[in-house]
Design a protein around this ligand. Structure first.
Ligand code: PEP
Ligand code: MG
Length: 877
């Protein structure tokens, strides 16, 4: 039997999200529970995948099913495509499994042609409406299906408004709109070379293919990569009978949330436009009114709508984001989905749902997207400075946060400026989804038009980027890259500050302060800690970082990169003296100067960690990274070392390596210069002894980590140096101190021979930065140069240096654990590469049985939450 590619709304339900996409599944579910949904059908996500497999065509089997469903839809609605009595008009909308607001395409009013528009104009006694629908349809179809570009049509509208002396689209008459429709068709013909299609079926197939095609458009690809949505999922297409919000003043359209997506506060939140169609609200073309005003205009429909909101929220047990239309006072639901929300709102909603008895603690923990927490940890405006400042103007606080940066006017400029390290605020008349790459790199977004549910607002909230929208007081001059607000003109490069909560915009830079974990954030984190099995440590090289990480819940240090302790000018000099030494004695002399710095730092780290585990990683980088480049520095070094400038230069030249990443680094340094390992061991052990004396109740047990092991014998050579030195120090001090010597696992050969290494090591810690580099053979420093081509060619969907490659690198990790644990039951295993703070990688680490993940301080809460979610999804003992 043929596969079923098309489903009527009444054949599906919410459980069929994978096949019907989120929108299709929810339209089916709303139909099932008896809500007023204009009927239609959904073409499955599998049909989209098939479309790509068939070389971007819709095959006969799928066509037959679509044709059959058009007939069924005509039967259900009592309307017919192209009919002169009762014509059927439809919307065609995308709908992926995970919602991707604004990323793909939509077409409304499909089915109109020269004849049908006249029938509608006459039968409805509302020619303005009929011609408005037609001109919108031509505009959208030309843009989305034929890719003519919106701007030509917008220019024609602007010309028409200027000619008629009006400012709003709604002020255009039936005749104006009729004339516009004719102009649009002429524009279409001049750009495409053929007449605008009049056969509704041809229009429908064009639209369906355009939606399938939009799955692969650049902005959708960027969005998918950022949100971990696999390309293979495809999008469904929903063909739905139109309900008209633009038929007159007793009609309208709106978007509403059951709770505030910015703060999470309970209560209806949304916007409404009378005599309009859906895209007017979301595209931010007209600034809409608050949803509560709908109550006065349409009391009946409003009452019904609030009931529907309650039903839907109870049904889905989550905050809903809905689109609806009122046609002659009657309510129609066009969409519902779990609403996108800011991190702050997500926490409040999850806690409230638990308090309201709708969700369990585990469910609340599982509801929060860990990636969003990041935004809460970023600095907030210093309240005192904020109070003292006078806002230039106030827009809508569309996505919270504190943003300061230089003004730029295009998404492209934002990218270019950000690439050279500038902080930018993207200022636009309104954003379109094409702006997504610029929005991503901006600190904040400011738009002149648009409401709380405009694309700019929705997308910014999803990305956790601060956004102020709808600041209508701005006098914008995009062409000359300047705007005026509050009596001041701002040019490209001028500083402004945005408060995404209040919508206030300030001149210059307002100082910021660090955020803290309190309130609902603290509550969710406490639940996460209750459920997770994976410990979370931090990568910290300074006592400040370590303190911050402790505040954010780190249970230890998983990686202290000791070389980072030498960035300070005074320290780096001592370090350089060590590097340019010729003899062991000379080197030891220089190392003696370094020892007190290291010991002092380690003591401070141990203090900051209050007796919790601290892993110190021995010197790892190739030494040439630290040699001086400037003539003056070289001279200074020569003097101190009693060498000639030329001698120093010769040493620097001799340190040059063709492949430093695979060169003289890691434990290879300690094999060639054991005195470095001696000095570092002394510092670790002496610091631990001192801190232990000060805090007898702490159980000091320093973990010494040897980097870059590939062979057990090289590990053993270095371990011997460490153990002999440590034991001697402990003996000299006359104390008892336990310590561990383990290794980083970051070379494939270490994974392959993990059973041999584990016999001698106390712990493993996966250095997945190097392990990814060495497994793929991609340089960690240069991969950025070609990764974009890999995304374009669908070779990669994400950066393997950010999101763990579970198939390849993950297999090596699993192998290392499976080989290592049986030969050493005490072996503890962690990860300290960048992946330790990436949610999907954390889940993988949980699944393969790691003991801890270690990540940078600000990602600690992300990892705590991801670890809890992994346990809830896949419990382990
Ligand atoms: C790693 O390689 O994953 C690691 C943590 O070490 P580094 O980044 O310092 O090489
Ligand atoms: Mg490494």
């Amino acid at each position: 039997m043929a596969r079923k590619w098309v489903y009527l709304f009444k054949e599906g339900d919410a459980g069929m999200r994978e096949l019907l996409g989120g929108k299709g599944a929810n339209l089916a579910e709303m139909t099932k529970i008896g809500l007023p949904v204009p009927q239609g059908f959904t073409i499955t996500t599998e049909a989209c995948t098939q479309y790509y497999e068939d070389g971007k065509t819709i095959n006969d089997e799928i066509r037959e099913q679509i044709d059959a469903h058009i007939l069924k839809m005509e039967e259900i609605t009592g309307k017919k495509f192209g009919d002169h009595e009762n014509p059927l008009l439809v919307s065609v909308r995308s709908g992926a499994r995970a919602s991707m607001p604004g990323m793909m395409d939509t077409i409304l009013n499909l089915g109109l042609n020269e004849d049908v528009v006249r029938v509608l104009a006459e039968k409805s006694n509302n020619p303005r409406w009929a011609w408005d629908c037609y001109r919108r349809f031509i505009q959208m179809y030309s843009d989305v299906v034929m890719e003519v570009g919106k701007k030509y049509f917008e220019e024609l509208i602007d010309e028409m408004k200027a000619k008629k002396g009006v400012t709003q689209d709604v002020d255009l008459t039936a005749e104006d709109l009729h004339e516009l429709a004719e102009q649009f068709k002429a524009e279409y013909k001049s750009k495409i070379g053929s007449d605008f299609p009049s056969d509704p079926k041809e229009q429908l197939y064009g639209a369906i293919m355009a939606v399938f095609r939009s799955w692969d458009n650049p902005r959708a690809n960027v969005y998918r990569r950022d949100n971990d949505i696999p390309y293979s999922w495809g999008t469904a297409v929903n063909v739905q009978s139109m309900a008209f919000g633009n038929m007159g003043d007793d009609c309208g359209t709106g978007v509403a949330f059951t709770r505030d997506p910015g703060t999470g506060a309970k209560g209806l939140f949304g916007e409404f436009l009378t005599n309009a169609q859906g895209e007017d609200v979301v595209a931010g073309v007209r600034t809409p009114m608050h949803i509560n005003e709908m109550e006065q205009k349409f009391p009946e429909a409003f009452k019904q709508f609030t009931e529907v909101c309650q039903i839907l929220e109870k049904h889905y047990r989550d905050m809903q984001d809905m689109e609806f239309t009122v046609e002659h006072g009657k309510l129609y639901m066009l969409q519902t989905r779990n609403g996108k929300r800011t991190a702050q709102a997500a926490l409040k909603i999850a806690c409230d749902l638990v308090d309201e008895g709708m969700r369990t603690e585990e469910e609340a923990v599982a509801m929060i997207d860990p990636r969003n927490l990041d935004t809460l940890l970023h600095p907030q405006f210093d309240q005192k400075a904020l109070k003292a400042a006078t806002p230039l103007g106030k827009g809508l606080g569309a996505s919270p946060g504190a943003a300061c940066g230089k003004v730029v006017f295009t998404a492209d400029d934002a990218e270019v400026w950000a690439a050279r390290g500038e902080k930018v605020i993207l200022v636009r008349l309104e954003t379109s989804p094409e702006d997504i790459t610029g929005m991503k790199v901006a600190q904040g977004i400011l738009t002149v038009r648009g409401g709380m549910t405009s694309h700019a607002a929705v997308v910014a909230r999803g990305m956790g980027t601060c956004c102020v929208s709808g600041l209508g007081d701005i006098v914008m001059d995009e062409a000359n890259k300047k705007f005026t607000l509050g009596g001041k003109t701002f040019h490209e490069g001028d500083f402004i500050s945005l408060d995404g909560s209040t919508g206030n915009v300030y001149d210059g830079v307002i100082p910021t302060v660090d955020a803290s974990i309190a309130g609902e954030f603290g509550r969710i984190m406490a639940w996460a800690d209750k459920y997770r099995k994976l410990a979370v440590r931090t990568n910290a090289d300074t006592p400040q970082d370590a303190k911050k990480a402790r505040e954010l819940g780190a249970e230890g240090i998983g990686l202290c990169r000791t070389e980072h302790m030498f960035f300070d000018p005074e320290r780096i000099f001592a370090f350089r003296e060590m590097i340019v030494s010729d003899t062991k004695e000379e080197r030891e002399e220089a190392l003696e100067k370094i020892l007190p710095y290291q010991q002092g730092d380690f003591e401070a780290l141990y203090e900051a960690l209050e007796g919790n585990p601290v892993t110190i990683r021995f010197l790892d980088p190739p030494l040439h990274e630290f040699v001086p480049q400037e003539e003056e520095e070289i001279e200074k070094l020569a003097k101190a070392k009693n060498k000639s400038v030329q001698e120093i230069k010769d040493i620097i030249t001799s340190l040059h390596e063709f492949n430093p990443m695979m060169g003289h680094r890691g434990l290879r340094l300690a094999v060639t210069y054991p005195e470095i390992a001696v000095m570092q061991t002394k510092a670790v052990i002496r610091a631990a002894i001192n801190v232990q004396k000060k805090h007898p109740d702490w159980k000091m047990n320093p973990e010494i980590m040897i980097p870059l092991t590939s062979e057990v014998k090289e590990f053993n050579v270095v371990k011997k140096v460490v153990v002999e030195t440590a034991d001697e120090e402990i003996k000299k001090a006359g104390v008892n101190l336990a310590y561990q010597v383990g290794t980083m696992v970051e070379i494939p050969r270490a994974c392959l021979t993990a059973d041999e290494i584990a016999k001698n090591a106390d712990f493993f810690c996966f250095g997945t930065n190097d392990l990814t580099q060495m497994t793929f053979g991609f340089s960690r420093d240069d991969a950025g140069k070609f990764l974009n081509a890999y995304y374009d060619n669908k070779i990669f969907e994400s950066d393997p240096f950010a999101k763990l490659d579970q198939v390849g690198v993950g297999k090596l990790m699993k192998m290392a654990i499976e080989l290592g644990k049986p030969v050493n039951p005490h072996l503890h295993v962690g990860i300290c590469g960048e992946h330790g703070g990436d949610p999907s990688s954390v889940e993988f680490c949980h699944d393969i049985g790691l003991d801890y993940v270690s990540c940078s301080p600000f990602r600690v809460p992300v990892a705590r939450l991801a670890a809890a979610q992994a346990q809830i999804k896949n419990p382990r003992k």
